[in-house]
Design a protein around this ligand. Structure first.
Ligand code: 13P
Length: 251
């Protein structure tokens, strides 16, 4: 049985400052999501440098936090990398891995993403593994083949730990474009991913499947109503407290 609560995660990407984050968090705390969005588990993923501030500000609240990436390595001569133990030290619960922006701008392979998911788990973080096709891939009828390939690396690498991940389906063409996948399009891919996970490991049928890509207050309820959509990974709308709170309440 899958969790009845939806999971709504804000990916702040490379936005914000200490001052604007403080404002945003003030708005989120004022929204009292524990009371006003009781059917949602909520988390935010700020840039690494703000994790300490965010941890301090959200401590004791109903909102969890995570990182936007994590190194495969735990420690060592890896300039510019940030490891799972470091992120954990700031109380993070989640680590996004394999976001399409990392796959495309930082050339992250399916295997590297799978290894990052494994590293996150090794250090007590729940990986939010992102998969999704480009517009060209969708138009070429390759959506299922692409997400299946991305997912397979994770399945093969994690084995029985597969049950511990969160998966986010983020069609690249819907990210930051204002073009949301229709609820039917998203549901179709989610059902496909659910079946793939279940075939790999029956218990993995309960892995939460989030949808990401131009989720807004006015389309969230319809997306979250789909049978296999267990929540959302929110970009732009997560930067406005009112919008993010409205999305959590749509759960
Ligand atoms: P937008 O909500 O801005 O489209 O971004 C989605 C996303 O990439 C979240 O990780």
């Amino acid at each position: 049985m899958r969790a009845m609560k939806k999971l709504v995660v804000g990916n702040w990407k490379m936005h914000g400052s200490r001052a604007s984050n403080a404002e945003l968090i003030k708005g989120l705390l004022a929204a009292d999501l524990a009371a006003t969005a009781p059917k949602a588990d909520v988390a935010v993923c700020p840039p690494f440098v703000f994790l300490a501030d965010v941890a301090e500000a959200l401590k004791g609240s109903a909102i969890a936090w995570g990182s936007q990436d994590v190194s495969v390595q735990a420690q060592g001569a890896y300039t510019g990398e940030v490891s799972g133990p470091m992120v954990r030290e700031f109380g993070a619960k989640y680590a996004i891995v394999g976001h399409s922006e990392r796959r495309s701008y930082h050339l992250e392979s399916d295997q590297l993403v799978a290894d990052k998911a494994k590293a996150a788990l090794a250090h007590g973080l729940t990986p939010i593994v992102c998969v999704g096709e480009t517009l060209a891939e969708r138009e070429a009828g390759q959506t299922e083949a692409v997400v299946a390939r991305q997912m397979k690396a994770v399945i093969d690498t994690l084995g029985a730990q597969l049950v511990q991940v969160v998966v986010a389906y983020e069609p690249v063409w819907a990210i930051g474009t204002g073009k949301t996948a229709s609820p039917e399009q998203a549901q179709a891919v989610h059902a496909f991913l659910r079946a793939q996970l279940k075939a790999a490991l029956p218990e993995a049928a309960k892995v939460p499947l989030l949808y990401g890509g131009s989720v807004k207050p006015d389309n969230a309820a319809e997306l979250f109503a789909q049978a296999d959509i267990d929540g959302g990974l929110i970009g732009g709308a997560a930067l406005k407290a009112a919008d993010f709170a409205a999305i959590a309440r749509a759960a």
